[in-house]
Design a protein around this ligand. Structure first.
Ligand SMILES: Cc1cc2nc3c(=O)[nH]c(=O)nc-3n(C[C@H](O)[C@H](O)[C@H](O)COP(=O)(O)OP(=O)(O)OC[C@H]3O[C@@H](n4cnc5c(N)ncnc54)[C@H](O)[C@@H]3O)c2cc1C
Ligand code: SF4
Length: 469
């Protein structure tokens, strides 16, 4: 365990963020990274409870109390080895995971939980700095070929695991760069893209072949994959956005969040966007419809682009600030989340239904809204807008294209149905990540990728030495 009674001596102290006035001038990461003594002190708070619920709360089952203890004692290399045993990309979860584990930390019952996510980041960044994260050289290959479609966190963890098992792995990605939502959804102020490049370079050196700008089902027929590969795993995400089909929806200036974020991320990476396609918040009155994390990312981007003002509206009521009896410890609670983007400005409104858009010369100018809890006559109000971003969540994966071509079965929510071994109803074709689970989180996508890799290796070889999770 950490220091005996460490939690009585040391208070939780999270790392600081860059001042708002500075961070709004660029897209660089908001958090100031710290490691060393700060992390050791924070790790000392871990009580190493008999049954570690943090481990239960983490989708990838990280050995949290064990590596907290190693960090406290300064055994960083061993902490890294233990972390790498369960998490393919701790430098990513350490930056952007909502830290489900911390809501299950026993200290959180009557005190502040251990800074688990930040300790995870400190371990992996120490390992990179000291040259401990090296490409592993495989002595023997199995000769089996596996195609992975989609290069988000599910596809990448699948590729990493199956490559380590000795198979030849080819990843196919329709975008021109690897990473899925990590690349084009999540803004740099949460995850700078060199972090992703560093990992992808390692995966390439280990022998994984990446094919970009290839949309499977369009440019590349599924027939070809079936003929050329011993197994296929589909991890194309859950990309069909929820729409708001109300009067005025076809006015220009109303966009889906991902269309906005993909462009914004490309611009930050110096990729050229044709001027007639450009969605830019500069000098505009922006309304983000949808109060979740994607909406918050749009808010942060709009402020950095120089929006005149930003309003974020949500249909549901404001969630509570503290746990309610519906979400007792150690469950992950539904709470009102204030992200770093919210600290930067903007107005947040809850319990608001958008009834209609109106415009001038085909361009959106106004939203007609209604406060949900109030009488129709009392609760009406209008918001002026030049740019409206729809961040209403995602329904399911795209059904046309490869899902249809392969004749895959869907579950009741429209996601791809598999058996308990991640295999679809078509022999040798598997599915993992958001495409299978529905819209979720990076840690869950990694978890799905690892579990599917275990099942695929077993399917191909009859047995597997890969970890089950
Ligand atoms: C804006 C936004 C912000 C988020 N922020 C966070 C966060 O801070 N923390 C967190 O934990 N989670 C976050 N999430 C959720 C998280 O990003 C997803 O759960 C995760 O990326 C899902 O991983 P995946 O690999 O299943 O799919 P994706 O990341 O969606 O990757 C799927 C990939 O498949 C490719 N593809 C699709 N069709 C084809 C085809 N036919 N051929 C070839 N390639 C194809 C896509 O281009 C994409 O690259 C966020 C989601 C969004 C939208
Ligand atoms: S992946 Fe997320 S839930 Fe798991 S230990 Fe890291 S921060 Fe916690």
């Amino acid at each position: 365990m950490g220091e005996l009674r460490g939690f009585l001596k040391v208070e939780r102290k999270t790392t600081e963020s860059r001042p708002v006035c500075l961070r709004l001038k660029d897209f660089r990461e908001v958090s100031i990274f710290v490691t060393g003594e700060h992390s050791q002190e924070q790790a000392s708070r871990c009580m190493d409870c008999g049954t570690p619920f943090c481990h239960w709360g983490c989708p990838i089952g990280n050995y949290i109390p064990e590596w907290n203890d190693l960090v406290f004692r300064g055994h960083w290399q061993r902490a890294f080895q233990l972390l790498a045993a369960t998490n393919n990309f701790p430098e990513i979860t350490g930056r952007i995971c909502p830290a489900l584990c911390e809501y299950s930390c026993a200290l959180g019952i009557n005190d502040d939980p251990v800074t688990i996510r930040e300790n995870e980041l400190a371990i992996i960044e120490y390992a990179f700095k000291k040259g401990l994260v090296k490409p592993s050289r495989l002595k023997k290959r199995t000769g089996k070929k596996i195609a992975i479609v989609g290069s988000g966190p599910a596809g990448l963890s699948l590729a990493d695991q199956l490559n380590k098992a000795g198979h030849l792995v080819a990843v196919f990605e329709k975008q021109d760069k690897i990473g899925g939502i990590l690349r084009y959804g999540i803004p740099d102020f949460k995850l700078e893209k060199w972090v992703l490049e560093r990992r992808i370079n390692l995966l390439k050196k280990e022998g994984i072949v990446f094919n970009t700008s290839v949309c499977v089902g369009k440019e590349l027929k599924t027939k070809y994959l079936k003929k050329e590969f011993d197994a296929i795993c589909l991890a194309v995400g859950c990309g069909v956005p929820r729409d708001l089909n109300i009067e005025g929806r076809t006015l220009s200036g109303i966009h889906f969040a991902m269309d906005y974020l993909i462009q914004a991320n490309k611009k930050v990476s110096q990729e050229l966007i044709p001027s007639d396609k450009l969605i830019d918040a500069k000098g505009r009155r922006v309304v983000v419809i949808g109060g979740g994390d994607t909406g918050a990312d749009c808010l942060g981007v709009a402020h950095r682009q120089g929006a005149k003002c930003v309003v974020q509206i949500e249909l549901l009521a404001k969630p509570p600030e503290c746990r309610t009896p519906d979400y007792p410890w150690p469950k992950y609670p539904l709470l009102c989340k204030t992200t770093t983007s919210h600290e930067e400005g903007g107005i947040r409104e809850w319990s608001v239904s958008t009834k209609k858009f109106s415009g001038r010369n085909g361009q959106v100018k106004k939203l007609f809204c209604q406060r949900v809890a109030q009488e129709a006559s009392d609760g009406k109000f209008e918001i002026k807008a030049d740019l409206v971003i729809l961040a209403l969540g995602f329904l399911h994966p795209e059904h046309n294209g490869l899902v249809k071509d392969l004749g895959l079965e869907l579950d009741s929510r429209g996601n791809v149905k598999t058996d308990e071994n991640y295999m679809t109803k078509v022999l040798g074709i598997f599915s993992a990540g958001d495409m299978h689970r529905g819209q979720s989180l990076v840690a869950w996508a990694i978890s799905e990728g690892r579990k599917a890799a275990y099942a695929i290796d077993k399917y191909l070889m009859g047995e597997t030495y890969l970890p089950k999770m």
